[in-house]
Write a protein that binds this ligand. Structure first.
Ligand code: MTE
Ligand code: MO
Length: 342
């Protein structure tokens, strides 16, 4: 049995015990088969494996830590299956193959890629089992690749095809959402640089209307943006530290991993927003509205760091802004902090 496990990488926190969050697509495309794996591209011969073919190959078990880019981690998770190296050995690859793409049976053709040598040296597993049971479909079963040492978005659910390529082909999150293509959690490679130049960003900040824009990794820190309209905006990783955002409307926005430390968010609206992994430490959240918002991996306080004291969000005692389901998604120490307010 192999074991790959360490302490938590920077900016990660433990998920609620016993609750493995479901991130991204919830289910595969119902019209596509789930019990076959193709290996194609720059191989000696394209091969196709059924689930039982895979199960009859030597099974390797692997215990590792899951680190999701939205800041939750799970330690000591055990997967079992066939090592990628074994499958590729059987398929044989051409010398021109330098990248590997893992393609899912999903309606959006979800995929993720890695340099081939990296996929092999990291010990990528084509997993069929999870703690001794078949991998459940909501977590990518029956066949999923597992890439140790990378954010979990490199581990594709409902793996249907492995393709060897001469040039890299960005995966779904990497191309659509600016997730970092290297994805090393120890280097916090979460996102690529912003999509928008400084001048265009300044114009939007001045207009206080972000509605419908893609402003990933925008730097808007220390701005006065009271009543900002950001309905439906894409603001992953955006920096709103110490902003005045009183009565801003972030309804249905994607704010995963957004930074709100020290922001004034009194009366702000986050209805139906995705705030997974967002940081609200030290923010003033009185009268903010959260119904339907997804809070997996969110922070409302953070401990003291080398150059800053501990910071706590400000909430009204006795006013419970979150539902029990929303609280379920929080890490135990975040929940502990919120308890007196609920
Ligand atoms: N097909 C598919 N695979 C996927 C995703 C997805 O949306 N679709 N999301 C990725 C991301 S971002 C993460 S964190 C993990 C989540 O796996 P889980 O839902 O089993 O926790 O799956 C990865 N693989
Ligand atoms: Mo993720």
């Amino acid at each position: 049995m192999k074991r790959i496990s360490r302490a938590l990488p920077p900016g990660q926190q433990l998920a609620a015990p016993g609750r493995w969050p479901i991130i991204g697509e919830k289910l595969p495309d119902p019209t596509l088969p789930l019990d076959r794996l193709e290996i194609t591209g720059l191989v000696r011969e394209a091969t196709s494996w059924s689930l039982s073919d895979l199960a009859s190959l030597p099974q390797q078990s692997l215990t590792l830590d899951i680190h999701c880019v939205t800041r939750w981690s799970m330690l000591d998770v055990e997967f079992s299956g066939v090592e990628l190296a074994v499958l590729l050995e059987l398929a044989g690859w051409q010398p021109s193959a330098r990248f590997i793409s893992f393609v899912s049976s999903s309606s959006r053709g979800h995929s993720s890629s890695l340099p081939l040598d990296e996929a092999l040296s990291l010990g990528t597993l084509v997993a069929l089992g999870y703690h001794g049971n078949p991998l459940p479909v909501e977590h990518g079963g029956p066949i999923r690749n597992i890439v140790p040492g990378r954010y979990f978005y490199k581990s594709v659910k409902w793996l249907a095809r492995i393709e060897l390529l001469a040039e890299d082909r960005l995966g779904y999150w990497e191309a659509e959402s600016g997730y970092h293509n290297r994805a090393d959690p120890w280097l916090e490679q979460r996102y690529m640089a912003p999509t928008i130049d400084r001048r265009a960003a300044q114009r939007l900040i001045d207009s206080r209307d972000f509605s419908g824009h893609d402003l990933r990794s925008l730097d808007a820190s220390h701005r006065d943006m009271q009543r900002l309209r950001a309905v439906g905006s894409l603001l992953r990783d955006a920096d709103f530290r110490h902003c005045d955002l009183r009565r801003a409307d972030f309804s249905n926005a994607n704010l995963s991993n957004a930074h709100f430390q020290g922001a004034d968010l009194r009366g702000a609206r986050f209805l139906g927003a995705d705030v997974e992994g967002a940081n609200f430490s030290g923010a003033d959240l009185r009268q903010a509205e959260w119904s339907g918002a997804s809070l997996i991996g969110c922070s409302f306080w953070e401990p003291a760091g080398p150059d800053q004291p501990a910071r706590y969000a400000r909430l009204e005692p006795g006013v419970a802004p979150f539902t029990p389901e929303q609280l379920d998604a929080l890490s135990p120490d975040q929940l502990e902090f919120l308890k007196p307010f609920l």
